[in-house]
Write a protein that binds this ligand. Structure first.
Ligand SMILES: Nc1nc2c(ncn2[C@@H]2O[C@H](COP(=O)(O)OP(=O)(O)OP(=O)(O)O)[C@@H](O)[C@H]2O)c(=O)[nH]1
Ligand SMILES: [Mg+2]
Length: 309
């Protein structure tokens, strides 16, 4: 019986679960919450991976609105939450598109911990850029994991783009440098650098990543023009912790949150934005090359609080 209830709760979206709470009479939500209702809402937001800071922020919006009698209907309340979540997610400036080099090839470094979806994301970005008329070259700078070079080469062949790789176990910075040289020689406008998965605690590997950035920066001023940190959206608060520690080692210009297909735990995206202070640029929503969408704060907030009826 208890298990059925848990399964049922999992199936409901966040808005469904909010409505279902102690708020047996939906009107109660707009008339006012009692302390137990508020606690239940708070717990629900934490369970949905919003994290403490974003949860506190949303609770303040709720309490304030209820006190002032701001909402006439459930729909008003939902809109207020969507507005605030969209604000929390909004990048300070700019959009999801890749920042371009002023001249010469644009270098995009893709980094993150093991298995989050870096290589797949490189392929998705390549496909997206091709669709925008860009020419792309891949750099197989994951010389660490057996099979990593072959994996990227398969993507390159599928996409019909050139891939520069070195020897397994070789220097990733040298591969990135060679790829940049090749892009300059061929007039290719974007170099996407795939890197090995690593943990922030692996200081040697973090230094290696900083070296990749330094080496391309010496060949082309301003490179890497983007350092995109890929995070797995399904691991909730762990992603926040990973992201925070990773960002301390190598400052990202943006985040890409992957594996958000078919999970109701999108609250982690809000937590990441709130706690890392780095704009979210794209979301990964599947394993195919088309499953990368530019991040839109308002769309995402709506999606998170979708009213499935
Ligand atoms: N469902 C889903 N799966 C994804 C997504 N992105 C990547 N994957 C899958 O996650 C697995 C790991 O993806 P990779 O791209 O190899 O991850 P990686 O970060 O390069 O892994 P390492 O190089 O080993 O650190 C693969 O099975 C991908 O198909 C996504 O957005 N949604
Ligand atoms: Mg990889």
């Amino acid at each position: 019986m208890k298990r059925d209830r848990v399964t049922e709760q999992k199936k409901l979206g966040l808005w469904g679960r909010l409505k279902r709470l102690a708020l047996t009479d939906v009107g109660a939500m707009v008339r006012g919450f009692n302390a137990a209702d508020l606690e239940a809402v708070e717990r629900l937001l934490l369970e949905a991976d919003f994290g403490v800071p974003a949860t506190m922020d949303l609770m303040a919006v709720l309490e304030d609105g209820v006190r002032r009698g701001r909402w006439k209907s459930e729909a008003d309340l939902r809109e207020a939450l969507i507005d605030r979540i969209a604000e929390l997610l909004a990048p300070p400036v700019g959009s999801g598109e890749i920042v371009r080099a002023a001249a010469g090839p644009t270098v995009v470094l893709v980094m993150g911990v093991n298995g989050v979806g870096k290589t797949t994301t490189v392929a998705k970005l390549a496909h997206r850029l091709q669709g925008q008329g860009r020419t792309v070259l891949l750099a197989a700078a994951d010389t660490w994991r057996a099979g990593a070079i072959a994996q990227l080469e398969v993507w390159a062949a599928r996409l019909g783009v050139h891939c520069v790789s070195g020897a397994a176990g070789g220097d990733p910075a040298a591969v990135a440098f060679d790829a940049l040289e090749a892009a300059i020689a061929r007039g290719t406008d974007t170099v996407l650098v795939d890197t090995a998965g690593r943990l922030h605690t692996q200081e040697g590997l973090m230094e290696e990543l900083r070296k990749v950035a330094r080496v391309v920066g010496r060949r082309a001023p301003g490179a890497p023009h983007e350092a995109l940190l890929v995070l797995d959206g399904t691991v909730g608060q762990n992603a926040v912790q990973q992201g925070r520690l990773f960002a301390e080692a190598v400052q990202p210009t943006g985040l890409i949150v992957t594996k958000l297909d078919g999970t109701a735990r999108g609250g982690a995206v809000v937590a990441l934005r709130r706690e890392l202070g780095v704009p979210i640029r794209f979301l990964g929503r599947g394993e195919g090359v088309d499953d990368l969408v530019p991040f839109d704060p308002r769309d995402f907030a709506r999606h998170l609080l979708a009213d499935e009826g």
